[in-house]
Design a protein around this ligand. Structure first.
Ligand SMILES: Cc1ncc(C[n+]2csc(CCOP(=O)(O)OP(=O)(O)O)c2C)c(N)n1
Ligand SMILES: [Mg+2]
Length: 581
């Protein structure tokens, strides 16, 4: 029987292990075909949230997320999540409806130049123009998304094209290309040996690892490297969980949260004085390196990365170009052949110092973690959550302070535990969709999301999706009726704020209940932990609307010594000012 293009694409998706497509019924011919072959359509409310769901699904599952969208306005809403995925190197297959060729360039309904639209946020954009090549183009899209430095790709599918018969002229395709990394290329052996020598002979080496370790599923290999090289490891935000943070050589998340009481604050001198620095799977971006100040420009750098353009971008480095898992394993093997006496001699004191600093930090932050202050301190919420977390749990956060709270105050208790933050671009509105995507990827895991009230408002609508599609999750809303991080930034830069900071009061528990989720308002510190524990085991969609402090400051290094500066009242809303006058 001759297949249609839509059927050929659906079959190809099955072959690539795709189980869900995030969609809103368009392109209709495609979604009919997709459902016919047993792929579940997950009906999203907005395309931008769907893109973030897909992103989290990919991050957690190691398989590519797939989103379908209509042309024009719907397609344009995909730009933000694709941009995040592009910067964070996360694959995404975006199937976008296109106007028929007969109507193209005539201002057809919702016609838009998708090539230009996606030019800055996709690795690969193609339109299927030959119905016989449908399966081939799906494969090309998969290879583009999942190979090398992964990223989002777009396949444009004209409405009428989807209904054409497809007669492939090439041999039937058989491979599953739906996972990443597709390949595991290894660095040059000579470069690996050079790096091993440098590390073995270093006086005080450290490693700084990013999200590339998670994407390469290389946490176990990294753990082995740490033990052989006896090397302390800090992570970036996206690298959180690449290392078991209870390990005596874990420095925790460093990045730009090395301010007072930050996880790695006590190790700033260790990082500054390190003579050899091993980067793994990081873009050496501004926040990840505390504006390129964490380590010394005089140190010797080694960089493992799958993207040759990231190596030596900001730090000239020994180039270990390849898949992080392969490269780490090779480096570990090469190190075993080196004389590691120097490392072994140093490590006992090093571990003792790291563990001591960790304990001192916990003592210092204990009053915050247990604070009975009202409105509740986010640190208190993190303290309670941390005691409930097991290594199998997944935590996700939105941008703004939520990303800071989870990375600074939660403990990754196993190498490979996932604590997701949208740090490709740090956009607001990723938290709830990340929780949905993570739960889809790992239905066995308990998923907890932390979001600010500003960021949550971008995506409230998806609570309905979570309820309808039975995707249980717990969402903690830091309800402070303000854009607090924005306020802090303005206070620091200008000593005052604009009027664009404060919101009217919102009852997020009622928002949750209105779509059939559980919603609980928390105003008493003691009520939080029991409500959270119940939510996490409830198997339901639960929103904890926590009336939270608008004054809590995360441990950003730029805030050190600025406490007084940041403590400003937001400028009042102009209408309220008028009322008072
Ligand atoms: C899409 C997007 N819009 C705007 C910003 C700028 N921004 C960064 S943090 C922040 C405040 C966020 O407020 P909220 O989500 O309530 O979190 P809070 O800081 O209050 O905890 C803003 C507006 C952004 N990062 N992303
Ligand atoms: Mg807020």
């Amino acid at each position: 029987m001759v297949e249609s293009v839509a059927d050929a694409i659906a079959d190809a998706l099955v072959r690539h292990g795709v189980e869900n497509v995030l969609a809103q019924s368009n392109p209709t011919a495609l979604m009919l075909a997709v459902e016919k072959v047993g792929i579940r359509q997950l009906l999203y409310r907005t395309e931008n949230a769907a893109g973030a769901m897909s992103d989290a699904y990919s991050r957690v599952s190691g398989r590519i997320g797939v989103v379908a969208a209509q042309n024009g306005p719907a397609a344009s809403l995909m730009v933000a999540p694709m941009a995040e995925a592009m910067k964070a190197s996360i694959p995404m297959l975006v199937l976008v409806q296109e106007v028929p060729a007969s109507q193209r360039d005539r201002n057809a309904f919702q016609e838009y130049d998708h090539f230009a639209l996606f030019g800055g946020c996709a690795k690969w954009i193609r339109r299927l123009d030959d119905p016989d090549r449908a399966a081939e183009y799906v494969d090309l899209a998969m290879i583009a998304a999942n190979s090398g430095r992964p990223g989002p790709v777009v396949l444009l599918l004209a409405k009428d094209m989807l209904m054409q018969p497809s007669h492939p002229k090439t041999a039937a395709r058989k491979q599953d290309l739906g996972h990443f990394p597709l390949d595991r290329p290894r660095p040059e052996a000579s470069a690996t040996h050079k790096a091993a020598k440098l590390l073995a002979q270093a006086k005080s080496p450290i490693a700084i690892v990013g999200g590339g370790v998670h994407s390469a599923q290389a946490a176990a290999e990294l753990a082995a490297l740490i033990d052989v090289a006896e090397i302390p490891v800090a992570t970036t935000f996206m690298g959180k969980g690449a290392v078991d943070e209870t390990h005596p050589l874990s420095l925790g998340v460093a990045a730009n949260i090395v301010g007072k009481n930050g996880p790695a604050a006590a190790h700033r001198a260790l990082m500054q004085d390190a003579d050899v620095i091993l980067f793994i799977g990081t873009r050496t971006n501004e926040n990840g390196t505390d504006a390129w100040t964490l380590t010394s420009p005089d140190a010797t750098y080694i960089h493992i990365d799958v993207d040759p353009q990231e190596i030596s971008r900001n730090y000239e480095a020994v180039r270990l170009l390849g898949d992080a898992r392969s490269a780490i394993s090779d480096l570990t093997e090469a190190l075993k052949a080196e004389d590691l006496t120097q490392r072994r001699g140093a490590v006992a004191a090093l571990k003792a110092a790291i563990v001591r600093a960790r304990e001192e930090r916990f003592t210092a932050i204990a009053p915050e973690l247990q604070s009975d202050e009202k409105p509740l301190l986010p640190q208190r919420l993190m303290g309670d959550l941390d005691t409930l977390l097991t290594p199998n749990d997944i935590v996700v956060a939105d941008a703004s302070y939520s990303s800071v709270w989870v990375t600074a105050y939660l403990t990754a208790r196993a190498a490979g535990q996932r604590i997701l933050t949208p740090r490709g671009l740090a956009g607001l509105g990723w938290g709830l969709p990340y929780a949905i995507g993570a739960k889809l990827a790992r239905p066995d895991a308990r998923v907890v999301g932390i979001v600010g009230d500003g960021g949550f408002a971008h995506v409230w609508a998806e609570l309905e999706m979570a309820v309808r599609e039975d995707i249980p999750l717990t969402l903690i809303v830091l309800n402070n009726s303000q854009l607090v991080m924005q306020k802090h930034g303005e206070a620091l830069g200008f000593g005052r704020t604009t009027t664009g900071i404060g919101f009217a009061d919102v009852d997020h528990a009622a928002v949750a209940r209105s779509v059939g989720a559980q919603g609980i308002r928390i105003e008493e510190p003691g009520d939080f932990a029991p409500a959270l524990a119940a939510a996490m085991t409830s198997g339901k969609v639960v929103v904890l609307d926590v009336i939270s402090s608008a004054d809590a400051m995360g441990p950003l290094r730029i805030f050190d010594g600025q406490e007084g500066m940041i403590d400003v009242e937001p400028a009042p809303h102009p209408l309220r000012t008028l009322e008072r006058a």
